[in-house]
Write a protein that binds this ligand. Structure first.
Ligand SMILES: Cc1cc2nc3c(=O)[nH]c(=O)nc-3n(C[C@H](O)[C@H](O)[C@H](O)COP(=O)(O)O)c2cc1C
Length: 357
């Protein structure tokens, strides 16, 4: 099977497979392991402050000299109006009481104490650290950042969840588009509308393929040769793998979180806004059941920052009912092997399967 295409050439990799950025799961070790398999690792920088981003980039560079991407969150921060302050304080009390009811004592941060990052600082840090590829989600880069990154030959990968978003990314000159099907684990990358598109990859990918010329990466539900080749048939040249790596030896998840993933059933996986204020796919638990329809959900990133301390406390107590465990719709036994081995196995299986059909 010939894997070489626009994406391998542009990214300088052998296989057009991308280890999905997964904030909270991805480690520099995972990125280096993906690179070892001659695929593209993606380092999640989310909305971390620049000093943390720089530490992680440098750590990754110590582990691999192969290409890798860094991934950032692009979000607009809602103006802090009086009514948002009031809603924040009410949500804070509600969540503290809820936690207490379930035996978790936490003091959540006051609104004036939370740190809200601006992605422009990350862009400058990424350029200064000489990163070669940037992927992003939750929005599109502004024209000035695109120009700045391109003038330093940085390759740009944007995320879309609709044809309209794909066109927006293409029109602004983004090099590669990651099409995220509704199957995908983690946050939806949607950015054009308040009501997020909920289109399955099987419908979305070929429609985007027909309407844009930019090479496409597909993310959402790929877990074996069949699903990878299906994405190829529907128009993808690159294949982004997330949930399949959740239990890998380089994953930052804790044992109790991995245990939840091992016991997963279809009915447990849902889209929820309750943890962050943006829709994300993960495992249903008490927190989601109590918060989802409570009215106590702030716009992103406020909800995300507010629940952060709660999730941290729950993690230290191995309390799976108050942590977010993101995962996609493809349930499959998750390997504990290294990310390199999991990706190499996927490549081998795909080659064999492709030979048979
Ligand atoms: C635990 C987890 C965390 C994620 N975090 C990010 C992230 O930080 N940035 C991003 O662009 N996508 C993130 N995603 C989405 C993935 O990049 C990708 O779209 C998704 O995992 C693909 O679907 P799959 O999980 O079915 O393979 C995350 C997904 C998961 C499962």
């Amino acid at each position: 099977m010939n894997w070489s295409n626009n994406i391998t050439q542009l990214l300088g990799i052998e296989y057009p497979i991308i280890q999905a950025p997964m904030f909270g799961v991805t480690t520099p070790e995972m990125v280096a392991a993906a690179a070892k398999a001659n695929t593209l690792g993606s380092l999640s920088l989310a909305d971390l402050p620049t000093d943390k981003c720089i530490d992680l980039i440098r750590k990754t560079k110590q582990l691999t000299d192969k290409p890798f991407a860094v991934n950032i969150f692009l979000h607009t921060i809602p103006e802090l109006s009086d009514s948002l302050r009031k809603h924040y304080n009410e949500t804070k009390s509600f969540l503290e009481n809820l936690a207490k009811e379930y035996g978790l004592q936490v003091a959540l941060p006051e609104i004036d104490h939370i740190h809200l990052a601006d992605y422009h600082d990350q862009v400058d840090a990424i350029i200064a650290e000489n990163c070669k590829t940037v992927s992003f989600t939750f929005g599109n880069l502004d024209a000035e950042s695109i120009q700045k990154l391109k003038s330093h030959n940085v390759i740009l990968i944007g995320t879309c969840t609709s044809v309209e978003e794909a066109k927006t990314l293409e029109e602004s000159g983004i090099d590669l588009i990651c099409v995220q099907g509704i199957e995908a684990g983690g946050h939806r990358g949607s950015f054009t509308d308040q009501v997020i598109p909920q289109i399955g990859g099987f419908s979305l990918l070929p429609q985007v393929f027909e309407q844009v010329k930019t090479p496409l990466i597909y993310a959402g539900g790929i877990y074996n040769a069949r699903t990878l080749l299906a994405a190829k048939t529907l128009g993808a040249q690159g294949f982004q793998i997330g949930s399949l790596l959740l239990n890998s030896s380089e994953s930052a998840l804790l044992d109790f979180e991995k245990e939840e993933l091992r016991n997963l059933r279809e009915k447990d996986i849902i889209l929820t806004k309750s943890f962050s204020g943006r829709f994300a796919r993960g495992i249903q638990n008490t927190f989601i059941r109590k918060v989802e329809h409570s009215g106590y959900i702030l716009p992103y990133p406020y909800q995300n920052k507010l629940t952060g301390e709660l999730r941290k406390a729950a993690r230290t107590q191995s309390n799976s009912n108050f942590v977010n465990i993101w995962t996609g719709q493809s349930i499959t036994p998750l390997s504990e092997a290294s990310t390199s081995e999991i990706l190499q196995k996927l490549i081998k299986e795909t080659e064999q399967f492709n030979h048979e059909i």
